[in-house]
Design a protein around this ligand. Structure first.
Ligand SMILES: [Zn+2]
Length: 107
C-alpha cells in the first residue's frame, strides 16, 4: 500500500515539521495501547497516525496524532478502510427516501 493511498484529504503544508514534533513527543515508539494489558506497543515507530482519520473529520492537531509501528499502521489502515467501505456501501444501498406507490395504489 502506498503512502498516498492512505488519505483522501491533503496533508497540511507544515506536515513534515508537525510529524517530527509528534514523533519526538512519542519518542519514536509505537503508542498503540494493547487492549489486554493496557500497555503501549513500544515497537520502533516511523509512522505518524491520525487517531481519528482525516476522512472521518479528524484534525491535524497533535492531540489527534500519534506514532505507530509498521504493524499497527497496517492494522489501523485496514480498519479505517473497512469503515470507509461500509460508509460507501451504506450510501449506495440506502433505501429510497420517498415512498413509491405500488402500481395498484396509483389513483
Ligand atoms: Zn505497534
Amino acid at each position: 500500500m502506498s503512502a498516498s493511498s492512505r488519505r483522501t484529504t491533503p496533508l497540511p503544508p507544515h506536515w513534515p515539521r508537525l510529524r517530527r514534533a509528534v514523533m519526538n513527543r512519542d519518542g519514536w515508539v509505537c503508542r498503540h495501547v494493547r487492549y489486554d494489558t493496557g500497555e503501549i506497543c513500544a515497537e520502533p515507530a516511523r509512522h505518524c497516525d491520525h487517531i481519528v482519520p482525516a476522512s472521518e473529520g479528524g484534525s491535524d492537531d497533535p492531540a489527534n496524532l500519534r506514532a505507530l509501528c509498521d504493524w499497527h499502521v497496517l492494522r489501523k489502515d485496514a480498519a479505517d478502510a473497512g469503515r470507509a467501505r461500509k460508509r460507501a456501501a451504506a450510501k449506495r444501498w440506502q433505501p429510497a427516501r420517498t415512498h413509491r406507490p405500488h402500481p395498484g395504489e396509483v389513483r
